[in-house]
Design a protein around this ligand. Structure first.
Ligand code: AHR
Length: 523
């Protein structure tokens, strides 16, 4: 039995649409093959971008897309990816399989792809192996609308007008693949690089109030998982010179990087561990947020969870450097938990970017030649996008714990041994994870994830402060916890109508099956 109270007139701030963002890296078959096939391909495309993928992503309302990496970002030299394709430099992608990168997808192609799918671009620039001048010139190339060497080059490359670029990352994982820096060293580098990322004045903005004129939203490299020293060290030195701080956290069921677990062949124990580790995002956001509060009590600096999602062993027989994995009902639950956590922490979380968009890690879409399939994760993002830019409202839930005693696994409390309390806490989580919001048209949406592999839940939702006259819903679930869509059965797992809901005197009742993600619409 789960009792939910929604106070629809108690508002908790805006759920920024950017929480539903995505990440695309020059990694495996994400860009090449997944998004971009080139104009000469037999696969239907517009300017080289796959038509099937573009159409599927348009339906998803992707608000923001991060590019070009990831670890790739700190090896990427943007000038190699502009101008006539036959002259573009070829390089080795050292992080991801050592393959040749021919730079045929560069700045112009990325920004055209963003326009095609209706997403705002988030560009992550190179601190680790790039220069200040290089970063400064990229910003000038992208955003300046006056006369300069960079704008001349941009016009020669076919784009006289500047683009609208807001989201701008200054380095990626600089504690690791981005340069193995200490927090103090990175923080000082951040100060130097960001000083030269100028906000160029736009004639078209001249009549706008100052705070509405276009400027960069500068994102500093934040911590990995629970590296609280990094957050403290960077916040102390960078402070309000950054608008946002990133956080990376992957859900990896295995205790060892060498055996993360299979994406499709798992048991109940691995299901539980995956749910529990996905839910750990809440603790991480709150703990990093508390450190940020010390330096930014008014919560002006956003926490940008710009890499998260499941990370399993690659599909057998595929290149280990390409991070290609299938996507099951278990991933759908991870997507549901993660989105609910990020939405519920909207006083600090400004953006989320799931890793990654196509063919890499917890993807929305898988492709093979000219075939394409939408994953269960895609369907959760599509169901949940009703919360984009909506107002979160108070939701209290009284439900059972989802527990599994006597199993051993690491929640990866890096840097300190696990204490008995940690062990107890890691063996349970709430059975139902949920969020509620009211959209601009006044409709109330309630998202619910039943994470249990076996227990259905009888649900009562007491809707207060809202004149409820109808309820409808959609649900994603299956008997098989490892159900997935593949190229032969692309619609094995798709959202269906959520039946059996009743509404009487403002109270909704129904049954939420085990291992299900649902969204209710109340009007
Ligand atoms: O998403 C794959 C990789 O994971 C990214 O390149 C890196 O930033 C992270 O370690």
């Amino acid at each position: 039995m789960a009792k939910v109270i929604v106070n629809a007139d108690v508002t908790k701030g805006k759920i920024y649409k950017e929480i539903f963002g995505q990440f695309s890296e020059h990694l495996g078959r994400c860009i090449y093959g997944g998004i971009y096939v080139g104009e000469d391909s037999d696969i239907p495309n517009v300017h080289g971008m796959r038509t099937d993928v573009v159409e599927a992503l348009k339906k998803l309302k992707v608000p923001v897309l991060r590019w070009p990496g990831g670890c790739f970002a700190d090896e990427y030299h943007w000038k190699d990816g502009i101008g006539p394709k036959e002259n573009r430099k070829r390089m080795v992608n050292t992080n991801w399989g050592g393959v040749v990168e021919d730079n045929s997808f560069g700045t112009h192609e990325f920004l055209e792809f963003c326009e095609m799918i209706g997403a705002d671009p988030y560009i992550n620039a190179n601190v680790g192996s790039g220069t200040v001048q290089e970063m400064m010139e990229w910003v000038e190339y992208l955003t300046f609308d006056g006369e300069s060497p960079m704008t001349k080059m941009r016009a020669e490359n076919g784009h006289p007008e500047p683009w609208n670029i807001k989201w701008f990352g200054i380095g990626n994982e600089n504690w690791g693949c981005g340069g193995s820096m200490t927090p103090e060293y990175y923080a000082n580098e951040y100060r130097r690089y960001s000083t030269f990322c100028k906000d160029y004045y736009r004639e078209a903005d001249k009549d706008l109030p100052k705070d509405e004129q276009r400027k960069l939203y500068r994102i500093a490299c934040g911590p990995n998982i629970d590296d609280y020293k990094w957050t403290d060290g960077v916040m102390k030195v960078v402070g309000h010179r950054a608008n946002g701080l990133s956080l990376h956290y992957y859900t990896v069921p295995g205790d060892h990087w060498e055996s993360k677990g299979s994406a499709t062949d798992f048991d109940v124990r691995e299901w539980f561990i995956t749910m529990r580790k996905a839910y750990r995002l809440k603790e991480l956001v709150e703990n990093h947020g508390a450190i940020m509060d010390k330096y930014d009590p008014k919560k002006k600096i956003g926490l940008m969870v710009d890499e998260y999602g499941t990370w399993f062993d690659v599909e057998p027989g595929t290149n280990p450097g390409f991070l290609y994995q299938q996507n099951t009902l278990r991933d759908a639950l991870v997507a549901g938990i993660s989105l609910c956590v990020l939405m519920n922490e909207n006083d600090r979380v400004r953006m989320g970017c799931i890793a990654q968009m196509v063919n890499v890690l917890q993807s929305m879409i898988l492709t093979e030649g000219d075939k394409m399939v939408l994953t269960p994760t895609y369907h959760v993002f599509e169901m949940f996008n009703v919360h984009q830019d909506a107002t979160r409202v108070a939701l209290d839930i009284d439900c059972a714990d989802y527990e599994m005693k006597g199993i051993k696994f690491q929640l990866s409390h890096e840097g300190r041994p696990q204490r008995p309390d940690d062990r107890k806490a890691q063996m349970k989580m709430p059975q139902i994870v949920s969020t509620a919001s009211v959209d601009a048209e006044g409709a109330l949406h309630i998202s619910l994830c039943n994470v249990s592999h076996c227990d259905d839940a009888d649900i009562t939702i007491d809707v207060r402060g809202f004149d409820a006259s109808s309820v409808t819903g959609r649900i994603l679930t299956d008997e098989d916890m490892a159900a997935y869509n593949d190229f032969d059965t692309p619609d094995r797992l798709v959202p269906t109508e959520y039946t059996g809901l009743t509404l009487e005197n403002g109270k909704i009742t129904g049954k939420l099956p085990a291992k299900a993600v649902a969204v209710l619409e109340v009007k």
